[in-house]
Design a protein around this ligand. Structure first.
Ligand SMILES: [Zn+2]
Length: 74
């Protein structure tokens, strides 16, 4: 799912987490947020957000690797 970042304060909306403070349930896509939803950190409106290109290391990058992740060989 696509993350969106606030251009004002760099808050990142993660659809997998939703927005606890605004009663947005986990799994809610950014485009499905109500129009009155605003950034929980700075109050910016949805049109102040931009799609976030994940620079952080996460599982997605492991899948791009040629090498398979280690299995649990115990
Ligand atoms: Zn913000």
């Amino acid at each position: 799912m696509e993350k969106w970042q606030c251009t004002k304060c760099e808050y990142i909306y993660d659809p997998e987490e939703g927005d606890f403070e605004n009663d947005i349930e986990p799994g809610t896509l950014f485009e499905d947020l109500p129009d009155e939803w605003v950034c929980p950190d700075c109050g910016a409106r949805k049109n102040q957000f931009t799609p976030y290109e994940g620079n952080e290391v996460d599982e997605f990058h492991y899948e791009e690797s040629d090498e398979e992740p280690e299995d649990e060989n115990s």
